[in-house]
Design a binder for this molecule. Structure first.
Ligand SMILES: [Zn+2]
Length: 102
């Protein structure tokens, strides 16, 4: 017997918690113009318990070829990356209807 997920009771390799969590998370991708008029794309609402934000930030920085950081449940990217980020999140399995791009 393999390990059992304490949340859904299924063996870990069949665990559906992350998928359910992806379905339930309401993500906001928004643009913030900060001081010095620098555009910053903010991604918020991704549960860091289920998702490695540091890793995701790294992937997004590579994808967008820009600087960025993950902290306090937010990912921040330099510039207006909303379109790329939204497309990428969809490809990870987050439902389009749950991604609110402002
Ligand atoms: Zn589970």
């Amino acid at each position: 017997m393999g390990e059992i997920c304490p949340t859904c009771g299924l063996p870990l390799d069949m665990c559906i918690c992350k998928e359910i969590s992806k379905q339930q998370q309401k993500i906001v991708v928004r643009l913030e113009t900060r001081k010095f008029n620098r555009d910053t794309t903010i991604i918020e609402g991704i549960d860091e318990k289920d998702f490695d934000l540091q890793k995701l930030a790294k992937q997004l920085k590579t994808l967008c070829a820009c600087g960025g950081t993950a902290k306090d449940k937010y990912i921040m990217l330099q510039g207006d990356q909303r379109q790329k980020v939204t497309t990428y999140l969809e490809s990870l399995g987050f439902p389009k209807s749950n991604i609110n791009t402002i």
